[in-house]
Design a protein around this ligand. Sequence first.
Ligand code: HEC
Ligand code: HEC
Length: 291
Amino acid sequence: MYNVARGEMEMTWKFSWHGATLVLACVFLATAPFAAAQVPTGQAPPHKAHPPATPQSIAQGKMIFDGTCAVCHGVDGGGANGPNIQGAARTMGPEGLYNRVWGGVIGSGMPNFSYLGEDKIWDVVDYVGTLGQATGAAATGDPQKGKEAYQSSGCASCHSIDGRGGDSGPDLSDIGSERSASFLRDELLNPGANKPNGEPGLPSRAAYGGYRMYRVTLANGKVATGTRVNESSFSLQLRDAHGNIISVDKLKARSIEELPNESFMPSYKGKLSEAQLNDVVAYLASLEVRR
Ligand code: HEC
Ligand code: HEC
């Protein structure tokens, strides 16, 4: 009798194990399509309200930002492959920032960081709120005078704004929302130094790979310098300073070297006065497309 009872107990135990597995399998099957539909889209699921920022949360957020975000947004948030986010806390608010960090931006270079979890996302939000508060981050010049200096300095021969201008350099129609004032100033003084590598990043910057400069010594000893327009295993097409396309047979070239810090853009150091420089930066910073 004892044995029978024991046998029965074992039966029950085994049965419920199977039952549990079955229930789990059903739950999994039922929720799998649902889980797939739950890929972050920018609208975070319910989460706790923004805890007040503290020096600790900001310090924590800085560590995460430096290790995770700075590669695309720049150490000061002023923009690199990703846009300038120094003003993001102001325009998006903490809740908007939380959603953006949690869900990323589908179809862009902005990944989703839902894996960080609520606490760490709030820490990053607190740190992003402090970006750009350093002195000198804001553009102080006169945008109207800057526009005149832009027009008289030949910038438009290489750059387009709202569809007008050249195409040897990147389009600047949206540059104010992509770059901080300090980045823009540095670009005018040291072009090429901050060249984003173009991947992954803003869709509008995907063409940045095309601004990489190369110097090629051809078989006959001639030297050609240009930006890389196209490349395959056997050939490299460069565009020189005059817009001519030079096709290089890679197997025959004596040497091909990349010039990481060079750009066709001339430096405006000493060519624009300090006041003009501030004005041009203010003009560029004002070029924003509302997103
Ligand atoms: C791999 C590159 C990359 C990384 C890493 C990255 N971002 Fe982004 N981020 C982008 C790009 C590209 C966009 C622009 C997306 C768009 O709207 O097209 C963006 C957009 C944003 C925006 C919205 C800006 C606006 O004005 O719309 C915020 C805020 C932001 N990122 C914060 C962060 C934070 C915080 C981190 C780190 C946790 C981070 N990003 C990591 C590339 C990146
Ligand atoms: C001869 C062509 C040329 C001229 C003239 C020129 N640029 Fe550029 N510019 C470029 C190229 C090429 C790049 C991309 C490579 C780099 O970052 O240096 C660039 C990059 C930039 C960038 C950075 C864009 C970004 O997304 O980071 C800014 C801002 C800029 N130029 C502004 C100006 C202004 C303002 C002037 C005039 C005062 C000017 N440029 C004159 C060719 C030019």
